[in-house]
Write a protein that binds this ligand. Structure first.
Ligand code: AMP
Length: 196
């Protein structure tokens, strides 16, 4: 099962993807977390990514694609993965299709979390006081929202055109209820069977 959790910054992608991945017993691969780890370890990729991330921009496609490709090569990824924050551009989506094709796989399901802008702002500014992410500022968020609309929203169109199953989920409300809503959608789609 290859699933994508898709949505604007602050929509709860990370929270929901980690919970759903545990339920499915597959790894949660979060591009933003991987990049922050590269920054923390002061790697060449981290040094290149940090100023871009702080400004709310997107790290170049080739760098992110290489990072994800290496992660997909790890043995735990063979049973499936839940991707969070990748792909974020149409070229990344096209490159993911190629990477999966070489592994005889395809994206089975896109979970699209929907949260209104006002709520995103409230959440990000609250997260700034608890997690201390250097891109969680009013300016950083404004830029990330612009980038989301311009570069990332078209990714959904890419999957719609490919005929991939897309489930839109209301991302506002009780965290547990949202997780259950995602699990129900996955069951309806036949992506998950049984009581997972
Ligand atoms: P996130 O934790 O998903 O909010 O990502 C934090 C930041 O990491 C983003 O604002 C981008 O600067 C960078 N980033 C994460 N995923 C990608 C990606 N797929 N492509 C390019 N940049 C990314």
């Amino acid at each position: 099962m290859i699933g994508l959790v898709f949505g604007p910054p602050g929509s709860g992608k990370g929270t929901q993807a980690s919970r759903v991945a545990v339920r499915l017993g597959i790894p949660h691969i979060a591009a933003g977390d991987m990049l922050r780890s590269e920054v923390d370890h002061d790697t060449a990729l981290g040094r290149e990514a940090k100023p871009i991330m702080d400004a709310g921009g997107l790290v170049p496609d080739d760098l992110v694609v290489r990072m994800i490709n290496e992660r997909l090569n790890q043995t735990d990824a063979t049973k499936g993965v839940l991707l969070d924050g990748f792909p974020r551009t149409v070229p990344q989506a096209i490159m993911l299709d190629v990477m999966l094709k070489t592994r005889n796989a395809t994206v089975d399901e896109v979970i699209a979390l929907e949260v209104p802008d006002d709520e995103l702002k409230t959440r990000i500014l609250k997260r700034a006081t608890t997690e201390g992410r250097s891109d969680d500022t009013a300016e950083g968020l404004a830029q990330r929202l612009i980038v989301y609309r311009q570069d990332t929203a078209p990714v959904l169109e890419h999957y719609r055109e490919a005929g991939t199953r897309i489930d839109s989920i209301n991302g506002v409300g009780d965290i547990d209820a949202i997780t259950e809503g995602i699990m129900e959608a996955l069951k309806r789609g036949g992506v998950v069977v049984g009581t997972a």
